[in-house]
Design a protein around this ligand. Structure first.
Ligand SMILES: [Zn+2]
Length: 187
């Protein structure tokens, strides 16, 4: 982003300048809240590193500035599971697993490989109708915690998170809320 010498992929002053999070809230039709930290346009170029070698480091930096900070303000006596939406490994890492891992704290335990989509069609640039016609078809593996935070990088129509919530509910898990890096609907 700048010419400063830095040991991180984004120097500290750029992180402060570009990655100071906001708190955006949106309600899904189920009534469950989705909390996001950035506008899509603010981090668009960073999200585009997802499928490159840089992506792992960039997602880690974004998570440190947003989800990780959020997790330190969170105080719950029971253990909550943080579950990434479809944390399948692509390009040597899983970008949603990186986000999920950053939530590790006293009350939150990140779990991996629990919620995987059987439908691997790309939703990128597709309409709401297309998304609804081609559901993710999530498969949920069992875990002990009964309360869950769902984690994803982007919320667009919300259909993926809604589908994930339905699967959780069917399996007697309570989704407390969802966390995403950015919300495309915030302008
Ligand atoms: Zn910089």
């Amino acid at each position: 982003m700048c010419e400063n010498l830095s040991f991180s992929h984004i120097c500290n002053s750029c992180q402060q300048l570009f990655l100071t999070p906001s708190l955006y809230k949106r309600k899904l039709p189920s009534g469950i809240e989705v909390i996001s930290f950035y506008k899509y346009d603010e981090i668009k170029s960073l999200l585009h590193t997802k499928h490159t070698d840089l992506g792992f480091y960039i997602y880690k930096i974004m998570a440190k500035n947003s989800l990780k900070k959020f997790s330190t303000t969170f105080n719950m006596s029971e253990s909550i599971a943080a579950i990434a939406v479809d944390d399948i490994v692509e390009d040597s890492y899983s970008h949603t697993a990186v986000l999920c891992k950053s939530l590790k704290s006293k009350g939150i335990k990140p779990l991996y490989g629990k919620l995987r989509a059987k439908n691997r069609l790309s939703y990128s640039g597709q309409s709401r109708e297309f998304r609804l016609k081609n559901p993710r078809d999530f498969q949920l593996l069992n875990f002990s915690q009964s309360s869950v935070i769902l984690v994803d990088d982007i919320i667009t129509t919300g259909s993926t998170l809604s589908e994930a919530i339905t699967v959780m509910t069917k399996n007697k898990k309570e989704v407390l809320f969802c966390l995403t890096l950015c919300d495309v609907s915030i302008k």
